[in-house]
Design a protein. Sequence first.
Length: 283
Amino acid sequence: MTDARRWTGDATEHGAEGERRRDARVGRTDLTHWGTVAGRALARVGTWVGDRLGPYAALLLTLAIGAAIVAALTAAAVGVYDAVTDEDGVAGVDRPLLDAILTIRSPGADAAVTAFTDLAGTVGMPAIAILALLVLSIRRRSWTPVVLIVAAGAGSLLMTVVGKSLIGRDRPPLADAVPPYEVSASFPSGHTLNAVAILGVITYLLILRRSSARARAAIAIAASLAAALVAASRVYLGHHWLTDVLAGYALGAAWLALIITAHRIYLTVRTRRAGREREPATA
């Protein structure tokens, strides 16, 4: 094998052909097969858009609709927030949990948790996202990782801004928090949203190219644990109430599910177009 071949690999592993060959299945699950009526309807609409505007147009349109849905979900979270909090904006479990955490803090643990939680902050998580989209897009010679990871970050930011502006919940008292202090609104937790949505998309893209079920499981478990630890760190440091991170986790998971659905529609468009192109040659 030549040096060039060693670095570039098989041409069928790259671009649209690589996506059809490697990304359309996870184990025995065919991502382009839709088992529900709603799913088949989505696939038909996506194929119609893709036939006229192209597969990436179908992907972007689905993501745009998904962004509107998650913005509405964030607004709906206001009702949930009102239902679980009292007149002071604190849920029954929030204060007792923080009081329990205050009894187990130590300077060493505070420093370690602060360093860890910064990985999901305004510097750490964008750096992780940029590194991942560069590596994945270059290796796969495709814009799809760029679109999906940017969408994950943009949607996370949208939900965080909408939620904080609509609710304006106060963070835990500064006397109970570990510096450096944060002064923006508390609900929902932006760090948790970022961790679930962005790490979730990166995990999904990695799993698509793993043939081993054990490798897929290991990647999924590691990412889930990382997101859970980010959420826990926000409560431990007194930067968020428990209900803030629970809401961030739920909203991030909803956005992740919509991104994966959009990608499945994109793959369906690619696969069906390729099938129609092969039919005349076969005939």
